[in-house]
Design a binder for this molecule. Structure first.
Ligand SMILES: C[S@@+](CC[C@H](N)C(=O)[O-])C[C@H]1O[C@@H](n2cnc3c(N)ncnc32)[C@H](O)[C@@H]1O
Length: 230
């Protein structure tokens, strides 16, 4: 049986790069995305190596806002066969393109992306692993939170009402995800959005251990690490 790396390459060979590139980037989408092909495999496998040993048999992962960058690690986790893997994002066209490439390149793979809000995904299920990579910094969902998180806006330019509204929506999502999180458990997330989880964990008196190691996210470029929450 092929490993996750080989299967990722098979899937990438069958991907519609032009169509997915148009979704991810405003201009020169196909070229921009193709430039990241090597990084998608390398960063994805580096993340798998750090993450998989931390995940226990029989648990489940909810990958929120998962896209092409997460493909190698999603494949690696689902190929273990001993965990439930749920991968969601809000873009139906992106999910269709990714699922078509998986079906063509890895017909035996069980992994599929679902175009559904994370709050509606797998109702009634709890997860011992939450993965949110560049979710709370998504410029399409929270334009102002994203500008603030990446330091792209001057304080004088902030529309405070919009900021408060976006922050409450993001907080509500973080609370919803945390309510379905079983402890002890693991959160995989970026440095820029870690505080959404720290706030939730502190509110219930949980202990939090951040990891030392960080891996770069292949497409957005944010540093990804882990929080063990007990
Ligand atoms: C900036 S993209 C990050 C994609 C990918 N994780 C990466 O690092 O390349 C943010 C993603 O979060 C998704 N998203 C935002 N809110 C969501 C929600 N409530 N449920 C599921 N996905 C959500 C968006 O659809 C988008 O796909």
């Amino acid at each position: 049986m092929s490993g996750a790396k080989e299967l990722t390459k098979e899937i990438l060979d069958r991907l519609d790069w032009a169509a997915l590139g148009d979704i991810y980037f405003h201009e020169d989408g196909e070229a921009e995305l193709r430039e990241r092909r090597k990084a998608i495999v390398a960063c994805g496998m580096a993340l798998s190596e750090l993450l998989l040993p931390q995940l226990r048999r029989g648990g489940g992962s909810l990958w929120v806002g998962a896209g092409l960058a997460e493909l190698p690690v999603l494949l690696a986790e689902s190929m273990r066969g001993d965990r439930q893997v749920v991968a969601v994002n809000l873009r139906g066209d992106e999910c269709e393109l990714l699922n078509a490439a998986i079906a063509a390149g890895a017909p035996d793979a069980t992994l599929r992306y679902q175009a559904v809000d994370a709050r509606q995904a797998a109702p009634g299920t709890t997860f011992d692993h939450l993965a949110c990579i560049s979710l709370f910094t998504d410029p399409e969902t929270w334009p102002l939170l994203s500008d603030v998180a990446y330091g792209r806006i001057a304080p004088v330019q902030i529309d405070v009402e919009q900021f408060v509204a976006e922050r409450e929506q993001a907080r509500e999502l973080a609370a919803n995800l945390f309510a379905r999180f079983s402890r002890p458990g693991l959160v995989t997330t970026t440095a820029e959005e870690v505080s959404w989880f720290l706030e939730q964990a502190e509110a219930v008196g949980a202990t939090i251990e951040p990891s030392e190691e960080l891996v770069e996210a292949a497409i957005v470029g944010d540093p990804v690490g882990f929080l063990t929450i007990r």
